[in-house]
Design a protein. Structure first.
Length: 607
């Protein structure tokens, strides 16, 4: 449905299509029959509006005085990932947006390591789209985009990947990539001197001195309103966090670790809203109770909670990514993105030998192949989406990635119309009384069907109707794809349900215009969506059928085919090879003809 990124792909490929037609024999007769009489389909205008809000490197952020340099204005960092949204309770319709930068970079003005940007938006009273507004912060900074200050508050971050949006709009950012020594930290941090913790809210940690690298890989709360970090959550433990989610009780925080092995942990606050005091637990499905405590008042335990958790029988997973919660049911959804050579990973094997227990679905999945989770041949190419039920405390597989392929290179001719690989970002979309899971891909590779052979890597964004019992890949609804080289991430709805915010991360620099940079874009109009979010429906008739999707600006065919689109003059406009979905987001309004490889033709009216 979200076609702004597909327009970029169309721009990049359109010239290649015409070149190919010029040098190769075209399989279609381009003539339009004089006595044309066939099915007519109409593609109405899209009810959604698209806009780019924030572009890395091209937009500048207001910075604080850092490393002896004065406050100023400097190009924003790139690699946009998580998007946080914080409503302004005093001004309905206005909210702050925070964007993570998942990169490690020395920067004398923004700060070393990772980064994060904050800005505020309001709705245009006429178009309902978003307007970035000028602000003046308490520290005197003025402008539209503001660097969130870590250096002068809690210390640098290693990088910023996903995060947490609290029930009241509080924001936490995660530091995923493992940093295990000052030597590795020195690649992106100029200062590796020992760090003294300044956190009086944690009295057993306050004033303690740790190695500089040990001040990385925490969850960090930030203030999007004043663009500064508040605290590193030393009481949540130092793990390789990708993301987390806050439960509606405003006490429970679920946390996922992007590692092999990865832990599933939770923090439960003593008092709602106060996350400086409470208990920390790790999940262990073979224990009673399933949530086992960790001493989060002991700094040594918090610096390395994995060791006691693994020794205590923690359940281990294969790279846990984003976590989200269905507010209608309370169920928790977790992306387990996978890793190709899982059974061979020494850290995975060592953890299991030390007492950890592989998640039950890995035991069952391996057994179905005559293997164990530590067998050399046990692979996990595609990953999956998991579901944790707080009532039963059981974790089950909601949706397995795939379908599986046994050959490394899968030809386009045998490639399925849908394939889910390496789910990463997760969030929720509510339309009417339905809840949809937003699933973003971040491919770990292109072999074994993650991409058809010889095709460039394209990550896709899907919706899954959570009312479907036992969903499969066929139930996924594809809503977007990224430009070449990019990861689609950050997808989140604004509090009023009108706009979806999405990031395009690290695209190829050969993409045109702003699309050569990481960027944050908005799609507005979900509240006015009159077209149901559903899959194409075709009759049983043995003929060429086309189903138009006005939101996605796509044509869906009832069978995989080669197809071409001609205008009224018989001029070839687009050609599609071996596909069941055709992107027509670049077609101007008018009358066209869609012809398949058998010569069957459908009239298309683009409005």
């Amino acid at each position: 449905m979200l076609s702004i990124m597909k327009k970029v792909i169309s721009t990049l490929t359109l010239g290649l299509v015409f070149c190919a037609v010029a040098v190769a024999q075209f399989a279609f007769d381009p003539s339009v029959p004089a006595n044309y009489d066939a099915t007519t389909v109409v593609l109405p205008p899209s009810p959604l509006k698209y806009q780019v809000l924030f572009v890395g490197q091209l937009d500048s952020v207001q910075t604080t005085a850092t490393y002896g340099n004065p406050a100023g204005k400097h190009p924003a960092k790139q690699w946009h990932d998580f998007i946080g949204v914080t409503p302004d309770p005093s001004k309905p319709g206005e909210f702050w947006i925070t964007v993570n930068h998942e990169m490690q970079q020395r920067n004398s003005f923004i700060g070393d390591g990772g980064g994060m940007t904050s800005f505020k938006v309001r709705r245009d009273p006429v178009t309902d789209t978003l307007i970035v507004i000028e602000q003046t912060l308490n520290d005197g900074r003025k402008g539209k985009f503001f660097n969130i200050d870590f250096v002068n508050t809690v210390g640098e971050t290693g990088m910023n990947c996903a995060g947490i949006i609290g029930v009241d709009g509080r924001i936490w950012t995660a530091e995923e990539w493992q940093v295990s020594s000052n030597a590795s930290a020195s690649a992106f941090l100029r200062d590796t001197a020992d760090f003294t913790i300044n956190a009086p809210e944690f009295p057993t940690f306050h004033g303690k001195t740790i190695k500089k690298f040990q001040n990385l890989n925490w969850m960090v709360e930030v203030d999007p309103k004043q663009a500064k970090a508040i605290r590193k959550q030393y009481n949540w433990g130092r793990l390789f966090f990708e993301g987390g989610a806050a439960a509606s009780d405003n006490r429970t925080i679920y946390l996922g670790e992007d590692a092999t092995p990865g832990l599933f942990t939770k923090f439960v606050a003593d008092v709602p809203g106060d996350f400086t005091k409470g208990k920390l637990y790790y999940y262990a499905h073979t224990k009673t109770p399933k949530w086992q405590p960790l001493d989060n008042t002991d700094l040594n335990v918090m610096l390395n909670p994995r060791t006691p958790a693994i020794a205590g029988g923690a359940t281990v997973f294969n790279r846990l990514e984003w976590i989200t919660i269905n507010e209608k049911t309370g169920r928790v959804y977790i992306a387990e993105t996978g890793r190709d050579d899982l059974g061979k990973v020494s850290g995975w094997r060592n953890a299991i030998n030390a007492g950890a227990v592989p998640a039950q679905h890995h035991v069952q999945r391996a057994a179905s192949k005559g293997l164990t989770p530590v067998s050399d041949d046990y692979v996990d190419y595609y990953g999956r989406v998991l579901c944790y039920d707080p009532v039963t405390e059981e974790i089950t597989v909601l949706l397995e990635g795939g379908p599986d392929f046994t050959q490394a290179n899968v030809p386009s001719a045998s490639y399925p119309s849908k394939h889910l690989s390496n789910p990463d970002g997760l969030n929720m979309l509510y339309v009417g009384n339905k809840a949809f899971l937003i699933i973003s891909e971040d491919l770990n590779g292109s072999t074994y069907g993650r991409m058809p052979d010889s095709k460039p890597v394209v990550c896709e964004l899907f919706l899954l109707d959570l009312s479907i019992p036992n969903p499969t890949i066929n139930d996924l609804i594809r809503i977007s794809a990224t430009p070449i080289g990019a990861e689609v991430t950050g997808a989140v709805m604004t509090p009023d349900g009108k706009t979806m915010l999405i990031n395009s991360q690290h695209p190829a620099t050969t993409n045109p215009g702003v699309y050569a940079n990481s960027l944050t874009y908005a799609i507005t109009g979900w509240n006015n969506l009159v077209v149901s979010i559903s899959e194409p429906k075709f009759s049983n008739e043995d003929r060429f059928q086309v189903w138009p999707n006005p939101v996605a600006r796509e044509l869906n065919f009832n069978t995989v085919t080669d197809a071409a689109i001609f205008n009224m003059n018989g001029q070839l406009m687009r050609v599609f090879r071996n596909t069941q979905v055709a992107d027509v987001s670049d077609l101007e309004p008018g009358i066209y003809f869609v012809k398949n490889a058998k010569g069957e033709t459908v009239k298309l009216i683009v409005q």
